[in-house]
Design a protein around this ligand. Structure first.
Ligand SMILES: *Cc1c(COP(=O)(O)O)cnc(C)c1O
Length: 378
């Protein structure tokens, strides 16, 4: 029996993913031929909604040797699927079952003295020597050892007999805001922290700081590795300009399931928010907020049908939305593109985010679990 799948699917182009990975690697090599930084390929949150296992495998194929997840559980899923690359866990570990680090051969981030003690104790129990990345808080004020009192907080961690400092990193709060002075401030604080770590006698193998926006913006923060997430998926963090040639990896598409006419002054959808000003043709598309489409798209966004923009009208419902296809000759079965290219037009995640006052990271992460991911270009 052929597997049944819904008409609404997310097509994931693994060929585009690999070419994005290579474009980033080439860009780094071109801009810095001596001491080219490596890449940490970020596949957290189900690879930004694209499917962690397939994405991780394709990145390994493309040459990635270090992947990053949000937590131990995500890392375990990749290991269970046979991913062999090193896997860094970004998140705090204080409420996690640390056995997963050893079962999955994962590399933890240590971001507090409490976590340091817990991981040291677990490593001692396993009679293991565990490499870790040290996270420094340079101004995000979220996770990490504060940059300005490492002399007090680090010595105990550095003495831990079962832990080995592999890398030191920080994370920028405003890399995508060219106006913010905090970005440069965080770079200086990180450099100060690196000097403090050295002064304590530690010799990490490498240092990293740059997410996608920082990678695009400032080679001074590339250090020894960069950590792109969004760029891998072919999306440039707004408002930055694309300076690397990338292709969007995900296309979200569906099919028209019904077309009907409305008379002038009739309304459609919950709340009767759209009133037809004249005779109007609408198409029903079987994708709604349960699939991750935002309510605010109604009255603001559009979908592509027959190569043209059909405004989303009325309301985004749980399982469907309504598009105005007046004059477009649409019929049931027509392909609908919600995110992606059709004909000469394109609605990308960045545009959809802008339409609803969100960010492209959220747009791809929220693509619903019931939407089948269909992979091509493996
Ligand atoms: C998510 C994340 C990244 C990747 O961010 P993008 O903006 O998607 O490139 C990098 N570093 C850390 C610590 C992260 O949590």
């Amino acid at each position: 029996m052929p597997e049944r799948i819904r008409p609404t699917v997310a097509r994931v182009d693994l060929g585009a993913l690999k070419s994005n990975y290579r474009a980033i690697v080439d860009h780094l090599a071109r801009e810095r031929p001596a001491g080219t930084p490596g890449v940490i390929a970020v596949v957290k949150a189900n690879a930004y909604g694209h499917g962690a296992v397939q994405i991780a495998r394709a990145l390994e194929d493309a040459g990635a040797d270090l992947l990053a997840c949000a937590d131990i559980e995500e890392g375990a899923v990749l290991r269970a699927a046979g991913v062999r690359a090193e896997i860094l866990v970004f998140g705090a570990l204080s409420v996690s079952d640390l056995d997963g680090l050893f079962d999955g051969r994962l590399t933890p981030t240590i971001s507090s003295p409490g976590a340091a003690r817990a991981v040291q104790a677990a490593a001692a129990r396993y009679k293991a020597r565990l490499r870790y990345h040290l996270k420094i808080d340079t101004g995000m004020n979220r996770l990490g050892f504060r940059f300005d009192n490492l002399g007090r907080t680090l010595p105990e961690l550095l003495r831990s007999g079962n832990l080995e400092l592999d890398a030191v990193f920080t994370h920028f709060a405003t890399a995508d805001d060219p106006e913010s002075p905090l970005f440069d401030e965080q770079r200086r604080r990180f450099e100060q922290a690196l000097a403090a770590v050295e002064a304590l006698g530690a010799r990490p193998r490498y240092r990293h700081a740059a997410n996608s926006a920082a990678l695009l913006r400032d080679p001074r923060v590339w250090f020894d590795r960069v950590r792109p997430g969004l760029l891998l998926y072919g999306i440039v963090p707004p408002p930055l300009a694309p300076t690397i040639e990338l292709t969007p990896v995900m296309t979200l598409m569906s099919r028209v399931v019904a077309v009907k006419g409305m008379r002038a002054l009739e309304t459609t959808g919950y709340g009767a928010r759209f009133t037809a000003k004249r005779a109007t043709t609408i198409a029903i598309v079987p994708a709604g907020y349960a699939d991750g489409l935002d309510l605010r798209l109604a009255g603001r966004g559009a979908v592509l049908i027959r190569g043209r923009r059909a405004p989303i009208v009325g309301s985004v419902c749980m399982d469907m939305l309504i598009a105005d296809v007046t004059g477009m000759d649409a019929s049931p079965g027509d392909e609908v593109v919600l995110i992606g290219r059709q004909g000469g037009d394109c609605i990308d995640a960045r545009e959809m985010a802008d339409t609803i006052g969100s960010i492209p990271w959220e747009i791809v992460c929220r693509v619903g679990g019931r939407i089948e991911r269909v992979y091509a270009g493996a």
